[in-house]
Design a protein around this ligand. Structure first.
Ligand code: ADP
Ligand code: MG
Length: 236
């Protein structure tokens, strides 16, 4: 089996269309200044942060954006495995100043897509909160049109909230059934408190007809079966 890039290209059109729609919405989120750096996060583990990060990054390159995908999930890095890459150094060494940024970045088999790996860090919050990290993001911007950070889940770690203050926008991935609406509201509050610019929410892992079914059910006054939307509509 190929890496995630070849898998993406073999995916059905509906999947790629949804990623393109996400890309377009991000691009329109700030037309005046443009969105050049993004945090992708979620509330719980396994909601699809890494998959969203990498497929969105591929989609950005298809639009001609030179894109850097950064694994900032120092708790459970997974992008190297998805890309089938094994860089010897990554974000921790660059942040420590022992390796220059461009020496740690590797090219991928997607034209225009570059990757900066991670590894487990003893003190990720301190490191990612540092001025050095802000300077590093500014340096990345000199070389790339778009920088996408994959991060750990908000339920247990604050790295995503910390990083969200240093980027142009944050996207929250929600997988209905994995998290409930109360936790989602709590996480949004956490991001807002950090002054994150929340660009929107990705509903991951829902059937193609899920949204249209939701609107149909609302119109007809029928009960919704999905926990996220069902709870929200009950409160109204
Ligand atoms: N929309 C989807 N369709 C199919 N598989 C998915 C989808 N979203 C996530 N997955 C799979 O679920 C697992 C967890 O996704 P991942 O992106 O690693 O989550 P996270 O980074 O939030 O922990 C992976 O095996 C991934 O391939
Ligand atoms: Mg992940």
């Amino acid at each position: 089996m190929g890496n995630i890039i070849t898998q993406y290209h073999a995916e059905r059109a509906a999947f790629k269309d949804s990623i393109r729609t996400l890309r377009t919405n991000i691009q329109f989120a700030d037309i005046d200044n443009g969105i050049h750096s993004l945090v992708i996060t979620s509330i719980m583990p396994s909601e699809g942060k890494s998959l969203t990060s990498v497929t969105l990054a591929i989609s950005m390159t298809e639009y001609g954006k030179r894109t850097l995908l950064v694994d900032a999930d120092c708790r459970r890095p997974s992008l190297a495995g998805m890309l089938k890459q094994r860089p010897s150094v990554g974000l921790p060494q660059v942040l420590a100043g022992t390796v220059p940024l461009l020496d740690a970045i590797v090219a991928t088999n997607q034209e225009g897509l570059f990757f900066l790996d991670s590894e487990t860090l003893a003190n990720p919050v301190e490191v990612l909160s540092s001025k050095r990290c802000s300077d590093l993001i500014a340096e990345m911007r000199q070389h790339f049109d778009m920088i996408i950070f994959d991060t750990p889940p908000l339920c247990s770690f604050i790295e995503a909230a910390v990083l969200s203050t240093k980027v142009d926008g944050t996207v929250l991935v929600i997988s209905p059934g994995v998290t409930d609406s109360d936790k989602a509201v709590e996480a949004l509050g956490q991001l807002k408190k950090a002054n994150a610019k929340i660009l929107g929410v990705v509903l991951n892992g829902v059937a193609d007809n899920y949204i249209s079914d939701y609107y149909y059910r609302r119109k007809k006054g029928l009960k919704n079966t999905n926990p996220v939307i069902a709870k929200k509509s009950k409160k109204k």
